[in-house]
Write a new protein. Sequence first.
Length: 349
Amino acid sequence: MDGTTAIRVGLRHRRTSLTDKTRLKDSASRRKTFSAALQQFEEQMNAAKVVSAATRPINLYYGLVQAGQAIAAAHAPGTWTFNKHGLKILDMEPDIPDVAVRPDGEGAFQAVSDATGSQRTTDAISIGALWNSIPELTEVPLKGMMSDPAVMLITDTNTSVRDDIDGWSTSSAPRVEYLRASVCVDEEMPALPDRKAWLESFIPKYPGLHDAQLWGSEDEAFREIYPRRFSIELCWPAPERGMEETDIEGFFDARAPAYRYNAHRYLRSEFEPAKAPPTPLMSWWLILYSFSMLARYQPRKWSEALDVDKSPNAAALEYALDIALEVIPHLVLEGLDQEPVLLARPLTV
């Protein structure tokens, strides 16, 4: 069974399997809302598949809202219904990457953020910044984006010792153990004299890299993968000696949770100081709300942005709306389960 089919079957199965495991068991009203909302989510997603990119954001967003209603019905401890979006577009006139969305009172966005454990946002966030924080979308950037993209973190499942430091020690004390990981960056690799300054600028952008240090010298830790893609090997002192693989995974889960596929980890930059960004589900929520508002209230602007003969962002926007058909059901399933649902790595050619 391929991943898309597994997600679809999983969502259908959750219509009954979650009843006795969640707050649905205590409320007929919650159960009826849960069932109706998931049915509407499924129908909106099916409708989104057959309409063009000019209309698709509307189906995607309202389908996601209905999925959010089901998540809240199953998991929200207090008030679990809502009748507002809880969001507002500040100005629809700027170029699409610069259009910003901000929270507005209490509504669907806040309720589902709370129900899924996503930190609430308080500031306005641009579409460009949201786009760059979503792993699938960083591969196809919008023209004019200036924010820091999500970057892949490849982790080692064993502890290591630094032979260059510890191998020469005459002390009888136990050697320091480290946890290692490599970060993959899609840009030109800095020249050797510039690497220290580059790293000092790069690490603070990603909360998951807090306390990271180079594994080896600046010459050894930077490795070119191919033009405009390189890796940096980093390490952290192990919190305790002799860590097992599950403990090491837990260490990195707190910094860069696996995303959709086994061992696929991404570091995401913060939008607000000392606050984690919205989860991928809620980041997609913000993007699709913004796109739906443009499609509804600025149809000419939205249609022009989708003109592949004139708009430099048309192909990227079409890609985002296509990939959303695959990603959104997966993230909704995780929201319903309240835990990651990780698939086997996709085959690449």
